[in-house]
Design a binder for this molecule. Structure first.
Ligand code: PMP
Length: 415
């Protein structure tokens, strides 16, 4: 196996026999700071506030198991065969029902099932981006998407967010400046609900404004919405796609509302784009797993899956509360954080002069892990910030993790 250092692949290590043969695009492939952390953070004594794994321990495994047994008994050969590159018609119809909760009226023909929404980000980038094209992203943005954009050698231009999400004036300025520099913007990548990593949602007032700006500038929107049903007050934001069918590609996922192990997500795209996506999907995987799709179809059909989402929401809200009250109790007064109304993440800003990445080894020694803010920017920003995930550890462990983190931070401030 070749050695991959966090610094990249090509030219990165003398131990790699193939170092001079990799394609130029591998320059953009870097092990994420989260991945480099996983081996340390997964030790049981470390409270990991780093990873974004959903907590699926309450899933009704008996129901899932019965559905799978039934699937094998009645539809086994189909489930274990190659399927359509676009996904099964049954699941695509169910996906349209799911999206209706967010105000979207869609036809199953315009849905492409993908291997998690991660693959949907990849396919969209594959069909749109040439090297040097610009993708607009929030500042900060989802590191898994930044990795995809880099892998296709797109340039990332960040756009400021505030407590109400993407700032419309900043978006206008970024579009104008990028166009004035003669660059081609291929799309705006945005996570409007319970943002990863910022924990923020785009306000209802701003949604039409963002749509108007992109419509007028003829910029496609890639709306990534894996957390949309996980609002703690049960409120469901209206999707951007609901009001702009032709200008938005919408991405959804079953990873957070059901289970990530099935690896099923989807893209809803304008009709012409959908055709290209299916071709890209066929060349990438031939087809998404029929077995996974059919198992999910049975779960959605035979179970109160929305009731389960409600239970997830209650569980995550409890964990959000545990994190926020621990932050209030333990963190130095000079720290700032937001109180997310859904999703998995809190964004913490440290006092000026404290570098979250430099502090990380000391935090891990103190048995707590987080993701430094720089991981979520393409341009080195974010050094005095970090993402704290409250999705996976129990409330007690979250409190203990925040207490440890505050101790590390106080020691750092005294240095
Ligand atoms: N987009 C965002 C914003 C995410 O947080 C994640 C998962 N962490 C994904 C996409 C990918 O999710 P999946 O591939 O499991 O659907």
């Amino acid at each position: 196996m070749s050695e991959i250092s966090p610094g990249g692949t090509r030219g990165s290590t003398r131990l790699d026999h193939y170092v001079d043969r990799y394609a130029a695009r591998t320059e953009g492939m870097k092990a994420s700071e989260v991945r480099a952390l996983f081996s340390v953070a997964s030790r049981p004594e470390v409270v990991s506030l780093a990873g974004g794994m959903p907590n699926i321990s309450d899933l009704p495994l008996d129901v899932v198991g019965k559905g799978i047994a039934d699937l094998i008994a009645h539809d086994g050969p189909t489930a274990m065969q190659y399927g359509s590159g676009q996904g099964t018609p049954e699941l695509r119809e169910q996906i349209c029902e799911v999206m209706r909760l967010e105000g979207i009226e869609a036809h199953p023909d315009d849905v492409v099932v993908t291997v998690g929404s991660q693959q949907a980000v990849d396919l969209v980038t594959r069909i749109f981006c040439d090297p040097g094209d610009v993708v607009l992203c929030e500042a900060p943005s989802y590191l898994g998407a930044l990795g995809v954009f880099r892998a296709y050698e797109a340039d990332i231009v960040h756009v400021e967010m505030d407590a109400d999400g993407l700032v419309p004036e900043a978006l206008e300025q970024a579009i104008a400046a990028t166009k004035a520099a003669g660059r081609t913007i291929k799309f705006l990548y945005t996570i409007p609900n319970y943002h990863n990593p910022a924990g923020i949602s785009l306000s209802a007032e701003r949604r039409p404004e963002i749509l108007r700006i992109c419509r007028e500038a003829d910029i496609l929107i890639l709306e990534d919405n894996p957390y949309g049903l996980l609002g703690f007050d049960g409120r469901i934001h209206r999707a951007l796609r609901a009001d702009e069918p032709e200008g938005v590609i919408y991405l959804g996922s079953f990873s957070k509302t059901f289970a990530p192990g099935f690896r099923v997500g989807w893209a809803l795209a304008p009709h012409a784009v959908r055709e290209k996506l299916v071709l890209a999907q066929e060349s990438a995987t031939l087809c998404p797993s029929a077995f996974s799709q059919m198992a999910i179809s049975r779960y959605l059909e035979n179970h109160d899956w929305l009731g389960q989402v409600e239970a997830f929401r209650t569980m995550y809200k409890e964990r959000r509360d545990a994190m926020v009250s621990a932050l209030e109790d333990f963190m130095p007064a000079t720290c700032r954080w937001n109180v997310p109304t859904g999703g998995f993440y809190v964004w913490l800003t440290l006092p000026p002069g404290i570098d979250a990445k430099a502090m990380l080894p000391r935090a891990v020694t103190a048995r707590v892990a987080y993701v430094p803010g720089t991981a979520f920017f393409a341009d080195g920003y974010g050094s005095s910030s970090m993402r704290l995930s409250f999705c996976y550890p129990t409330p007690e462990r979250i409190r203990e993790g925040v207490r440890r983190l505050a101790g590390v931070l106080e020691a750092e401030m005294e240095l």
